[in-house]
Design a protein around this ligand. Structure first.
Ligand code: NAD
Ligand code: TYD
Length: 354
């Protein structure tokens, strides 16, 4: 069996559903259920004997040690994190606690456990540290995409906390021999993403007739990967990745934020004839320290592991918008009072104008 941390979040829930469908190996999910974690994301697994959930903190070393002792997973897929960059600007501390302290405690518990394993089990064990391309900093237009040798130059508290986690993961491998692999992935999109991130936020606002807040000139570039493709990449790395290596994962889909917003509006216009959702676009104050461009050079994962993204952005964004259109109950459930408070704090100019 494998242990997944953060399995009730956006990528974690997609990963567990994909894993049980494709690999059919039992999963233990350790998740603290912060504002970003929803048990409902895995409701389809109710009663499935191959799935177990434990509510808890990755920083709780006694709990993690006990789970490792009792369940003896052959791998840890570490996804638990504070993941929203704008929140890290508003309040950096939780990012240090979850992403840095939490990851270090998890590494510590994993190492203590790994040392006790018989040699064949120890050799097969993997700690997969799931990270982001944001650790590399910002690219200018035309500059070469991030490869694995690109220096870490994080610009936000979120990116710095993930970069720190990457460094500690590397150190636990180099110093203590723990079989760690790190992946650095570009922006994910797909079902069940919390509507604070660009794509679900825009869909949510457009459907409510609310302004679509584009930071600055909206010409910042991100590389977009469907979450299902991220899951297949993580499976490939876990299966065939070299211990001690890092693998960059990307969607070969660089888009400006304005292009993404207009693509969403186009799908919504088709679904709701008569409406012209792009009229809702509003340019708002830019994000402090806003990275201009991220781009991934996926040569290593493509050539070594034979992985490449399967879902084209145009199809993926269409499917994603339709998922939100048909899951209004999910959106209503996660956009509670606490969510509304965050949105009002984050977009004061829009709320003043409304
Ligand atoms: P998310 O915010 O949707 O989910 C995070 C999950 O972690 C939640 O279920 C939350 O309850 C849980 N969690 C938070 N702190 C915890 C703790 N201390 N102990 C146990 N559980 C805790 O995030 P996501 O978008 O699914 O991202 C998952 C991982 O992938 C993160 O490490 C993120 O940095 C990384 N990543 C995300 C993207 C992206 O575009 N979303 C891209 C590349 C990498
Ligand atoms: P986001 O989904 O927060 O991911 P990240 O910052 O980790 O790349 O944002 C994606 C891009 O969209 C980023 O350039 C910031 C921009 N953005 C907006 O323009 N408006 C918004 O309301 C949000 C949430 C993001």
């Amino acid at each position: 069996m494998i242990l997944v941390t953060g399995g009730c979040g956006f990528i974690g829930s997609a990963f567990i559903l994909d894993w049980l469908d494709q690999v059919r190996e039992p999963v233990l999910n350790l998740d603290l259920l912060t504002y970003a974690g929803h048990l409902g994301n895995l409701r389809d697994l109710d009663g499935n004997p191959a799935y177990r959930f434990v509510r808890g903190d990755i920083a709780d070393i006694d709990l993690v040690s006990r789970l490792l002792r009792e369940h003896r997973p052959r791998a840890i897929v570490h996804l638990a994190a504070e993941s929203h960059l704008d929140r890290s600007i508003a309040a950096p501390e939780p990012f240090i606690q979850a992403n840095v302290v939490g990851t270090c405690r998890l590494l510590q518990a994993a190492h203590d456990h790994w040392r006790t394993l018989p040699p064949t089990e120890a050799a097969a064990f993997r700690f997969l540290n799931v990270s982001t391309d944001e650790v590399f900093g910002s690219l200018e237009p035309g500059e070469a995409a991030f490869d694995e040798a690109h220096p870490h130059r994080p610009n936000s508290p979120y990116a710095a906390s993930k970069a720190a986690a990457d460094h500690f993961a590397r150190a636990w491998h180099r110093t203590f021999g723990l079989p760690v692999i790190t992946t650095n992935c570009s922006n994910n999109y797909g079902p069940r993403q919390f509507p604070e991130k660009l794509i679900p936020l825009m869909v949510h606002n457009a459907l409510a007739g609310q302004p679509l807040p584009v930071y600055g000139d909206g010409r910042q570039v991100r590389d977009w990967l469907h979450v299902v493709d991220h899951c297949s990449a993580l499976r490939a790395v876990l299966d065939r990745g070299r211990v001690g290596e890092t693998y960059n994962i990307g969607g070969r889909s660089e888009r400006t934020n304005l292009e993404v917003v207009h693509a969403i509006c186009k799908v919504l216009d088709e679904a709701r004839p008569g409406a012209h959702h792009a009229d809702l676009v509003r340019h708002v104050e830019d994000r402090p320290g806003h990275d201009r461009r991220y781009a991934i050079d996926d040569t290593r994962i493509a050539t070594e592991l034979g992985w490449r993204p399967a879902i084209a952005f145009e199809q993926g964004i269409r499917d994603t918008v339709h998922w939100y259109l048909t899951h209004a109950d999910w959106v209503a459930c996660v956009t509670s009072g606490a969510y509304r408070h965050w949105v009002e704090q984050q977009y004061p100019s829009i709320h003043a104008a409304a």
